[in-house]
Design a protein around this ligand. Structure first.
Ligand SMILES: [Zn+2]
Length: 272
């Protein structure tokens, strides 16, 4: 599943190719994503200039002078830059936004859980976006914030941090990894976190996300070209996907459990 670092790397990868360019056509091959794509999108976008691309949580916000196109990659979506003369559409290439100069932005999504929505209101006030918690990499996500937000919350810390109303973009991999590097047991009740643990955990969440974005930056060329497999970053993981293997710190066997239907892996010696 595309997580925040992949979405941010996508933003950085596609922006230089299409920012400031005018849309010459929109091709909708499949309207039914998570919600139907407005068939008038063709009229909304044609001959309009793309001013910029922003990100909020896992939403990409394509800014036009008269509105925004909100794109969410869902479970299996990806975006890439194509040459409209040479890159013929393949299976699951549902939407092309064609710009001047034979450049296109192609949306590919086998499972079709993603979404492409047009809005003329302030995108930060859109119903899917306005209730989102702070951006994890910005200054308003702090230990103090997390400490306050976790008071009287009996939910386990891992499920708590993956709630996008608390903070956006901490997916399963990043929750597992940051709990390990912070020495916090995933089953601990959120309200039991100390202020010190909150400070450390926030620092480690920022670090693991930033590292992933930086690594993704080296695969930016993958966003251009025909094969359409923009990278999921091969990264050094301490616990995620390593249940039953030895802890990198103490060699104790890592435990694997389920929390809110998601896999959790942790070290019962290192994480209290
Ligand atoms: Zn350990």
């Amino acid at each position: 599943m595309p997580e925040l670092p992949e979405v941010e790397t996508t933003r950085q990868g596609i922006t230089p190719h299409i920012k400031g360019k005018q849309v010459s056509a929109v091709i909708l091959r499949h309207h039914q994503l998570r919600w139907p794509i407005d068939s008038q999108l063709v009229d909304y976008l044609t001959r309009k200039k793309l001013l910029n691309i922003h990100r909020r949580g896992k939403y990409l916000l394509l800014e036009f002078v008269h509105g925004h196109l909100l794109i969410h990659l869902g479970m299996s979506g990806s975006l890439r830059i194509i040459n409209t003369k040479t890159d013929a559409p393949q299976k699951h290439d549902h939407v092309d936004i064609i710009f001047s100069g034979n450049i296109g932005l192609r949306y590919h999504d086998p499972r079709r859980f993603g979404s492409i929505l047009w809005t003329t209101e302030d995108p930060f006030n859109h119903k899917l976006i306005r209730k989102l918690g702070p951006e994890p990499l910005l200054e308003d996500f702090t230990g103090e914030y997390l400490f306050k937000a976790s008071r009287k919350r009996k939910k386990d810390v891992k499920t708590f941090i993956m709630d996008s109303h608390i903070v956006v973009g901490v997916g399963n991999i990043y929750a597992n990894e940051s709990l390990f590097t912070s020495g916090i047991r995933p089953t601990k009740a959120a309200e039991k976190l100390t202020r010190k643990q909150c400070d450390l955990w926030v620092e480690n969440i920022k670090a693991v996300l930033q590292r992933s974005i930086t690594q993704g930056g080296t695969t930016l060329r993958d966003f251009v070209g025909g094969d359409g497999k923009p990278g999921y970053f091969a990264q050094q993981l301490n616990v995620y996907g390593r249940g039953g293997e030895a802890c990198v710190t103490c060699r104790h066997i890592l435990k694997e459990i389920r929390q809110a239907q998601r896999t959790t892996v942790y070290c019962s010696r290192c994480q209290k």
